[in-house]
Design a protein around this ligand. Structure first.
Ligand SMILES: Cc1ncc(COP(=O)(O)O)c(C=O)c1O
Ligand SMILES: N[C@@H](CCOP(=O)(O)O)C(=O)O
Length: 463
């Protein structure tokens, strides 16, 4: 399997190379040159298998050649051993036709653990074999950062610096990033929003001097391995509900477009997905774009679903690559317009392709709170604000006879203030995290200036 850049000007890489490279050297994102498919029989055979077995069968064609079968099975087993639920991603029924896929039973209580725990293991095996070390720099609106710090803390071959927007993540998210005491992990509170953090990370990748000096690597969904790990739970959920013998739909709380893009990959592989519904909060650039209004950045408004407070949605570039029939020059042109002009219009053909794949909706702050309240009253499920947005938008897209699965992307205890405000219920942290509020914090407040950030990271790496 070869991986190519969405902008067409970077070298083709193997899975392992693409995973360790992060952003392509032309500024694009790596995608598989061809998406492997599974037959109806192969998909049917997944039903009822343990999560780890499904993970191996779905991901193996993408990694073959970089890891042996035995290595990869061991990596998967270690990645999910620490999850707090035997099913890893259990399905709960909300109504006869609407299900919730709980993706928050990993160590940091968000769906990011599915990919980050796997990547942590993949990096360890690959770096040991190569005798190399790397500096991981990541941007987070709260969950990627905590998952990355958890997955990489204490490893000799890896330094980790996580940029998060100061004052714009929940207290639990912040403490998950600032309380680990291992000296190889660093939380940086950046003056700016998530888009600033993500832009600086991409600037660092595009500064080849710095990139090569610190051996920069990325674990945001820039890294295709992140997306790949998330493809697995679409197969697990859909086959549990009768696929491939029936179609299944998914509603996905969306910000950086990685999770919903994993659903697109699953569909391309042959999983019979009827609707892929993009559910946004008040930062609704994706909903506006899919409604035909073009992709134009506005101001990012802080919300009660902070992980989705995003205007420059990184993986939308991958969606555009497929919507533009793999026309890398067209993608590069659009990304240039976004960077230099603040946005772009999508061609009629590409818009039709996007609309044929993705449906969309948005939830206001009031609608999100109202959904948390009504869902706990009707089904007993206490949702986090992100999951509530997924449920609200899913309810607007239900189809007779097609099960709808909403991705519950985080545990309500990560956002206790909003959840309590909506429902009157204070969601407790799991006992293993019970002392999170007592642990001491270690964080550096820093400007969003590229030079300042690079200097700081250089010093940390040199220690
Ligand atoms: C809890 C939660 N829900 C939803 C999202 C949106 O996911 P994506 O960025 O893959 O669209 C995020 C951030 O990634 C998140 O942390
Ligand atoms: N919501 C994310 C934003 C970063 O997304 P990623 O999938 O590209 O890592 C977060 O929680 O940090």
């Amino acid at each position: 399997m070869k991986y190519i850049s969405t902008r067409g000007q970077a070298p083709e890489l193997t899975f392992e190379e693409a995973m360790l490279t992060g952003l392509a050297r032309d500024g694009g994102l790596y995608v598989p040159a061809e998406i492997p498919t599974m037959t109806k029989e192969e998909i049917a055979a997944l039903a009822g298998l343990p999560y780890e077995d499904i993970a191996f069968r779905v991901m193996w064609p993408y990694v073959e050649g970089s890891f042996t079968e035995e290595e990869f099975k061991g990596i998967i087993a270690r990645a999910y051993a620490g999850f707090g639920h035997a099913a890893r991603a259990p399905l709960k029924q909300l109504t006869p036709n609407h299900f919730l896929l709980e993706l928050f039973h990993g160590p940091t209580l968000a769906f990011k653990d599915f990919a980050m725990q796997l990547i942590g293991q993949l990096f360890q095996v690959a770096l040991k074999r190569r005798g190399e070390s790397v500096t991981i720099v990541g941007a987070t609106s709260g969950d990627t950062g905590s998952a990355a710090i958890e997955a990489f803390k204490g490893l000799d071959a890896v330094n980790v610096a996580i940029l998060y927007p100061h004052g714009r993540v929940s207290e639990v998210q912040r403490r998950q990033m600032t309380t680990p005491q291992e000296s190889n992990v660093h939380a940086l509170a950046v003056d700016g929003d998530f888009d600033d953090c993500q832009a600086r990370v991409k600037d660092m990748f595009n500064d080849f001097g710095f990139r090569d000096e610190v051996k920069l690597a990325g674990v945001n969904s820039i890294n295709f391995a992140r997306v790949l790990a998330q493809v697995v739970y679409y197969f697990a959920a859909a086959t549990a509900l009768g696929a491939p013998h029936r179609n299944v739909s998914f509603s996905v709380p969306t910000g950086n477009f990685g999770d919903i893009f994993a659903g697109f990959i699953a569909k391309q592989m042959g999983l019979p997905i009827d609707q892929l519904v993009v559910a946004t909060n008040q930062n609704d650039i994706l909903h506006r774009c899919l409604s035909g209004e073009g992709y134009f950045k506005g101001e990012t408004k802080p919300s009660i679903s902070p992980s989705m407070d995003i205007q420059v949605s990184s993986n939308f570039e991958r969606a555009l690559y497929f919507a533009y029939d793999k026309d890398t020059a067209a993608v590069a042109q659009l990304m240039d317009e976004l960077k230099n002009g603040g946005g772009f219009n999508v061609s009629q053909g590409a818009l039709e392709a996007l609309q044929a794949t993705y449906e969309s909706g948005r939830a206001s702050e009031e609608e999100t709170l109202a959904t948390i309240k009504s869902e706990v009253e009707s089904s007993g499920e206490l949702l986090c604000p992100h999951g509530a947005i997924g449920v609200k938008v899913a309810n607007e897209h239900l189809k007779e006879g097609v099960p709808m699965v909403t991705l519950a992307t985080a545990h309500p205890a990560k956002f206790p203030a909003a959840v309590e405000d909506a429902s009157g219920i204070h969601p407790p942290l799991p006992p293993r995290m019970g002392d999170l509020y007592e642990r001491s914090e270690r964080v550096t407040r820093i400007s969003s200036d590229l030079g300042d950030l690079e200097d700081h990271i250089r010093k940390q790496v040199a220690k």
